[in-house]
Design a protein around this ligand. Structure first.
Ligand SMILES: NC(=O)c1ccc[n+]([C@@H]2O[C@H](COP(=O)([O-])OP(=O)(O)OC[C@H]3O[C@@H](n4cnc5c(N)ncnc54)[C@H](OP(=O)(O)O)[C@@H]3O)[C@@H](O)[C@H]2O)c1
Length: 248
């Protein structure tokens, strides 16, 4: 995506989503930032506006079946058709993490509502204008829990696996339209989600969300990840180098 474009990031009040919004805004994009807590997401957007950037806050729950149209409507009305959409908001499922046998169907369904149904509905709500214009990128934020069968990560891991496959199918269906869908596993980062999941983790071993966000934005700006591909953040530099040896 070129500079001065429009980016929509879900889960942008803290962690990776906030870091992505900052990197994008500071490099010239106009950003729409979504999270449930209205005070926190407005404060995050206001901080970027105070730096002179164009940032709007959208307080909504991506897991609400009606949220996609509300979010898409506000973004189109206030900023325009997005060039980049990052499905980053995510639910962990039961916290503390528990085995599947101890996960209630309601919690399992709520995890899928945020992690799968939300990105599905929001992609669907935004797609029309992006396809008509013939360009744009959706980034689905995945996790290694989508691939590895970690005990107690059942609801989250199964939802991220479903999200990965959803992204691949969108990518196949959108082939030739100019709209791309890529999946990024950001790796372990020092965020509230990680602290909730693994409270006794040594945070010195975790990546900073700012560093991961910079790598993702750089790769997206160069369209370095092929549509339908899934790349871990640790491999993004190699992916960029393969696609653009001149900037590596
Ligand atoms: N941290 C890691 O080590 C790690 C590892 C692998 C993958 N990931 C993935 O990276 C992404 C970012 O994670 P993070 O660690 O940065 O998480 P985080 O620090 O917990 O931040 C989550 C963000 O999402 C928002 N959010 C949560 N549920 C939402 C909903 N239903 N609707 C709208 N917004 C919602 C939160 O704000 P509100 O609570 O106000 O809604 C917050 O802004 C997630 O997709 C996660 O699965 C993280």
């Amino acid at each position: 995506m070129a500079e001065q474009q429009i980016a929509l990031i879900t889960g942008a009040s803290r962690g990776l989503g906030l870091a992505l919004a900052r990197v994008l805004a500071r490099s010239g994009a106009r950003v729409a930032m979504v999270a449930r807590n209205a005070r926190e997401i407005e404060a995050a957007a206001a901080a970027l506006r105070a730096e002179g950037h164009d940032a709007i806050a959208v307080a909504d729950d991506v897991g609400d079946p009606d949220a996609a149209w509300r979010i898409a409507g506000q973004v189109h009305a206030l900023l325009g058709t997005p060039d980049l959409v990052v499905h980053n908001a995510s639910a962990l499922g039961p916290v503390p993490l528990v085995a599947l046998a101890d996960t209630t169907p309601a919690t399992f369904a709520a995890t899928f509502a945020t992690n799968v149904f939300g990105p599905f509905a929001l992609t669907r709500a935004l797609l029309g204008s992006m396809v008509m214009r013939g360009r744009g990128t959706f980034v689905f934020i995945s996790s290694d829990a989508a691939v590895e069968a970690y005990p107690t990560w059942g609801a989250y891991g199964a939802s991220k696996a479903a999200l990965d496959h959803l992204g691949r199918i969108w990518a196949a269906e959108l082939e030739g339209t100019g709209v791309r869908v890529v999946e990024i596993d950001p790796g372990e980062m020092d965020t509230r989600m990680h602290a909730d999941a693994v409270p006794d983790a040594d945070t010195a071993t975790l990546a900073s969300p700012d560093a991961v966000a910079r790598r993702i934005v750089h790769a997206m700006r160069l369209d370095a990840v092929p549509s339908g591909a899934r790349v871990s953040a640790g491999r993004l530099a190699d992916t960029v180098a393969a696609a653009h040896p001149e900037v590596a």
